[in-house]
Design a protein around this ligand. Structure first.
Ligand code: KG4
Ligand code: ZN
Length: 308
């Protein structure tokens, strides 16, 4: 990996969530500079590129259009093959940056927009085992962070507090624990809201670490239990974590314990490859390039995948 430049958008913080129009404008402002910086850090020129990989979806349409238009322009001007990459697949392949995990495997992808259990028979041969019916795990962390009065995004904040807290301080519901591979996190969010209303602000501030640890335990326990079930049912020797929430300390630790118990290999991306990044798009594009022809300039963005 020669360079991996990330431009995070702080403009959304004061709104407590991503504002799509601001996201695409900010993308538009930074994309040229970020690309130049990536080339500079890699110490190469555009003409050294064998291929360009770009996120095709899912995501916010405005931001996807900015990236796709820029990539197409670069591809056309410099005659470089272009590959459209699926953002959620790319989270899985973030695990392939440093080594090639043995297939078949089971991957738990947990991000701000998706919570999915996927059986990967071989690269690009995926079966969706289950997903969230409502909020994604990251979305649950972020919404609960808001309810607790923490800065946005709530995921890393709740993680930070959890590390000093007692996960058994309060037992929040473990939604759909014994119901196959489907997830649901909106009930947990409501339960935290009622808890905060009942206990009051002073109590919540005083016990923030314990409450955060209890919330994390409720989310992580469900994720781990379904991941374990999937790994057992499919008899795989490798399990992966992927997506922004795979940066979570409790999730990483409980997954490590589970893998040890089961005698399987666990792979988790390095921190900088967990949340959205260019490296995971590049590796997926490179892998795609080995098995398929480049996409043309007709490449179209999609906000959602057909299966959600
Ligand atoms: O994959 P990602 O960067 O973007 C999407 O594709 O959505 O994931 C972002 C999500 C956010 O919801 C953020 O709160 C969550 O990942 N996240 C975490 C942690 N770091 C990021 N959630 C829990 N613990 C963390 N340490
Ligand atoms: Zn993502």
């Amino acid at each position: 990996m020669l360079s991996n430049v990330v431009a995070s958008q702080t403009v959304h913080e004061k709104y407590g969530g991503v504002v799509p129009e601001l996201a695409s404008r900010s993308h538009h402002r930074t994309i040229t500079g970020v690309t130049s910086q990536a080339l500079l850090e890699a110490d190469i020129g555009v003409s050294d590129l064998d291929a360009i990989a770009v996120t095709q979806g899912p995501g916010l349409m405005g931001s996807l259009l900015v990236g796709l238009s820029f990539a197409k322009g670069l591809s056309l001007t410099h005659r470089i093959p272009l590959y459209g990459v699926d953002h959620i697949d790319a989270h899985i392949y973030a695990n392939f940056i440093e080594k090639t995990p043995a297939s078949p495997l089971v991957c738990l992808t947990v991000s701000g927009g998706h919570t999915q259990l996927v059986y990967v028979e071989a690269p690009f041969s995926h079966t969706l085992l289950g997903k969230s019916r409502d909020d994604a795990a990251g979305e649950a962390f972020d919404k609960i962070g808001k309810i607790l009065g923490l800065p946005w995004p709530g995921g890393p904040e709740i993680d930070r507090h959890s590390q000093k807290g007692d996960p058994e301080f309060h037992r929040f519901p473990r939604s759909m624990l014994n119901r196959g591979y489907e997830f649901s996190f909106s009930g947990l969010k409501t339960s935290v809201l009622y808890y905060v209303q009942e206990k009051g602000e002073g109590f919540v501030c005083e016990h923030m670490d314990n409450i955060c640890a209890s919330v994390s335990a409720a989310i992580v326990e469900v994720l781990i239990s379904k991941l374990e079930m999937a790994a057992m049912e499919h008899g795989v020797g490798t399990i992966l974590l992927a997506g922004g929430v795979s940066a979570n300390t409790m999730l990483r630790e409980r997954a490590r314990q589970m893998a040890e118990r089961m005698g399987v290999t666990l792979l988790v991306p390095r921190m900088e490859y967990c949340t959205d990044n260019a490296a995971m798009i590049a590796i997926t594009g490179a892998m795609k390039g080995e098995v398929s022809r480049p996409d043309g300039l007709g490449l179209k963005p999609y906000a959602r995948r057909p299966e959600g």
